[in-house]
Design a protein around this ligand. Structure first.
Ligand code: PLP
Length: 365
């Protein structure tokens, strides 16, 4: 049997190649390469999918976070609370506006932001909390939102990994002031190229974000503030309009694979992310931990299973944030996860045979 990769995008893109190429042709014929009708079509479809009033398409998920911080008026001297165990881009948006990311630890079992640790991190400078639906699983939104409300803080969802995940039955993206999505090709809903988006139910934020991504302009060549060129490309928008029609099916297949992993993996040396009752994950990643990580990784590789690592260094220990003065031991759960995480193969096109091969292999370790 051939190697089982952690992620392979080829199968999915072969299935929809004709439809995507037809969509590309329309963009080409209309020369609508930057922003424009094909992006707007996707924005509408994504708002329907996330049950939000507005979507603003941008050039990637990092820009989405950056613009969200600007739209909330966050700047130098402000602090924003985020989990230490996330992809670094959650923190970049905060740093880009001159504010300081304040990291907190995750829950020991579900690996999501731990609401019980938020209040201790709040100071007079705190302006916002960004929760991350890590690995595609919603964090405890009600708990985080109620702390934000109590302390008069903004609340933003980093939903980069969670297109279509549900919290207490409701699709993520409309719970906070804004939600930031990545449509990086490897995401569950990934563009053919780089792309991102921000969803909101607030018309003022929506209008401001539209202007910010377009050089701070609503009327061509009139610039109301310093803005950015962060528009989504037409080809990316068109590819996303095709793919958004399939996302529910692909997410459901991931849920099926996750169920097979949950039920099939009996090896007590391997620990999985617990599934809180509020969460309906879309399993962007299927991460496990193992005490004997190095031996486990070698074993998997020897058995033609390619593992991934998400993420080997928590944000507070990254060199980029050395000046903030965090040290090893500050956030034990995030650090444990970073040191012991292994991502198992997870993508909708995995066959049952491949999933069972992974399960049998894990059970023999
Ligand atoms: C949690 C999280 N936030 C933000 C981003 C940034 O998105 P992008 O890569 O599209 O800039 C990512 C993407 O990997 C992510 O996983």
């Amino acid at each position: 049997m051939k190697k089982i990769p952690c992620l392979d995008l080829k199968g999915q893109h072969q299935q929809i190649k004709k439809e995507v190429f037809d969509a590309f042709e329309k963009v080409y014929e209309n020369t609508a390469f930057s922003g424009g009708p094909f992006v707007e079509e996707f924005e509408k479809a994504f708002s329907i999918y996330t049950n939000t009033k507005y979507t603003v398409g941008v050039n990637n998920g990092t820009s989405a976070l950056h613009l969200a911080m600007i739209a909330l008026g966050i700047g130098p001297g402000d602090e924003v609370i985020i989990p230490a165990n996330t992809f670094i881009a959650t923190a970049w948006g905060v740093s880009y506006v001159g504010a300081t990311p304040v990291f907190i630890d995750c829950d020991e079992h579900n690996w999501e932001i731990d609401p019980s640790k938020i209040e201790k991190a709040i100071t007079s400078k705190t302006k916002a909390i960004i929760g991350v639906h890590l690995y595609g699983m919603p964090f405890d939104i009600d708990a985080v939102a109620s702390i934000a409300k109590k302390h008069n803080l903004f609340f933003v969802e980093d939903a980069a990994q969670a297109q279509g995940a549900r919290y207490k039955g409701k699709t993520v993206g409309g719970f906070g002031e804004m939600a930031c999505f990545s449509f990086y090709p490897g995401k569950n809903l990934g563009a053919c190229g780089e792309a991102g988006g921000i969803t909101t139910n607030n018309e003022n934020y929506y209008k401001h974000l539209q202007s910010l991504r377009n050089h701070g302009s609503t009327i061509r060549y009139y610039h109301d503030e310093v803005g950015f060129n962060m528009r989504m490309g037409g080809l990316e928008g068109a590819s996303l309009s095709v793919k958004v029609k399939y996302i529910e099916g692909w997410n459901n297949r991931r849920r099926e694979i996750a169920k097979m992993y949950h039920e099939g993996i009996k090896n007590t040396k391997i620990k999985m992310q617990t599934q809180p009752e509020w969460a309906d994950s879309i399993y962007h990643l299927f991460v496990v931990t193992c005490e004997a990580k190095n031996a486990f990784v070698k074993y998997l590789t020897d058995n033609d299973i390619n593992p991934g690592f998400h993420y080997p260094v928590p944000c507070h220990l990254q060199k980029a944030y050395a000046h903030l003065g965090y040290k090893k031991g500050d956030f034990p759960n995030s650090e444990y996860l970073a040191e012991h995480c292994i991502s198992l193969p997870m993508f909708a096109e995995l066959t049952d045979l491949e999933v069972n091969t992974v399960i049998n292999c894990l059970n023999k370790f």
